[in-house]
Design a protein around this ligand. Structure first.
Ligand code: 5GP
Length: 209
């Protein structure tokens, strides 16, 4: 039987800071294979251990604004007082050649991509939206404190934002509650494997051609 070629998906993952989304998809990506991360631009300062070009492209505000003006972003937003954006160049071509692209972006960015997809049928077919939620607000606060990367001020801001972001969860197609890391990773892996079976991104006619 011919191997049925499929287009890749653009898997948008959102969830409050501290929901554990980045740990989750980094655990799942090697198991799923064929996943490529979209590296965002940010004006936030790098945290210890973060690498430029791997975790983010760390750029200044001026450069960020210049890139906005040149139309280089597929979406961009201000989150927790810093700017973040997905470069069009991080997306183009990858799903065409069958790679699945994961975007870790906030709810505003996800809204902008939904908007873009309205006018772009091919892009719409690639899109899938997953929301990762913490089991409770108290657990979210505990995790953010344990991470130790935030000052009291940025912690308070991230917690306030978390409440707002949770209210947007119903705009997504899939929800994973990250109560237990292994179980949540299993669910994300199962979801990715299922989404790879979607006929939206296949042409079954290829099977008999
Ligand atoms: P952090 O500073 O903790 O790395 O990320 C803060 C928030 O910014 C997270 O919710 C993350 O999903 C979001 N974020 C990261 N990159 C992007 C991006 O390119 N666009 C948007 N809209 N949000 C992003």
């Amino acid at each position: 039987m011919n191997e049925l070629k499929r287009k890749g998906m653009t898997l948008v993952i959102s969830g409050p800071s501290g929901s554990g989304k980045s740990t989750l998809y980094h655990a799942v990506a090697p198991l799923a294979g064929g996943i490529e991360f979209s590296v965002s631009c940010t004006t936030r300062a790098p945290r210890e251990g973060e690498r430029d070009g791997v975790d983010y492209y760390f750029i200044g505000r001026e450069e960020f604004e210049a890139r906005v003006a040149r139309g280089e972003f597929a979406e961009h937003a201000e989150v927790h007082g810093n700017f973040y954006g997905t470069l069009k160049s991080e997306l183009s071509g990858r799903t065409e050649r069958g790679a699945d692209v994961v975007l870790d972006i906030d709810v505003q960015g996800a809204d902008q991509l939904r908007q873009l997809a309205r006018e772009d049928e091919a892009f719409r077919r690639t899109l899938e939206f997953v929301f990762i939620a913490p089991p409770s607000y108290a657990e979210l606060e505990r995790r953010l404190r344990a991470r130790g990367t935030e000052s009291e001020e940025t912690l308070a801001r991230r917690l306030a934002n978390a409440k707002r972001e949770m209210q947007c969860a119903d705009r997504y197609d899939y929800l994973i509650v990250n109560d237990n890391r292994e179980e949540a990773a299993d669910r994300l892996l199962a979801l990715i494997r299922s989404l790879r079976l979607s006929l939206k991104r296949m042409n079954p006619g290829d099977l008999i051609s």
